[in-house]
Design a protein around this ligand. Sequence first.
Ligand SMILES: Cc1cc2nc3c(=O)[nH]c(=O)nc-3n(C[C@H](O)[C@H](O)[C@H](O)COP(=O)(O)O)c2cc1C
Length: 143
Amino acid sequence: MKLVRLVYASQLAEPLPRTTLQGILAASVRRNSAESVTGFLCVSPRYALQCLEGPREAVNDVYSRIVRDPRHHSVTLIRYVEPWRRLFAAWAMGYSSELSSAAPASPRWRDEAGFNPFLVESDLIENVIEELCERTERMELRA
Ligand SMILES: Cc1cc2nc3c(=O)[nH]c(=O)nc-3n(C[C@H](O)[C@H](O)[C@H](O)COP(=O)(O)O)c2cc1C
């Protein structure tokens, strides 16, 4: 079995209402864990950035479902690698809504609305998601 990591960015059709997000996360946790897919989803009012990790066929299947989802568009593959281990093994689908505020604040990666995942260099994108994930875990620990 080949382990792959896929990262994509997309533009939301409109800011995702809380209930819609909860629905997406519930479906993701259920469906992803059934296929041994783990990962992390970050959203801002404008963008989504998601990392999916797992068996190659399963990740490709999940991604092809996600690409067709009308709640976002311009779904753009940023990175597709065969890593030696998972970065987000603990999460069926970890989640952060802090993409605009908690993402590393490099001015290179900002547009007029704040952080723009489309501007991040592909070899740095995992670091950005990991940092968001760490900040999210810290936030959960504080809560
Ligand atoms: C930003 C975003 C991320 C999503 N992530 C996942 C995911 O990780 N896993 C998943 O099964 N569905 C995810 N979905 C939902 C899928 O696009 C799709 O609605 C769901 O899998 C049901 O697919 P189906 O109607 O073809 O069965 C996501 C949707 C959006 C908009």
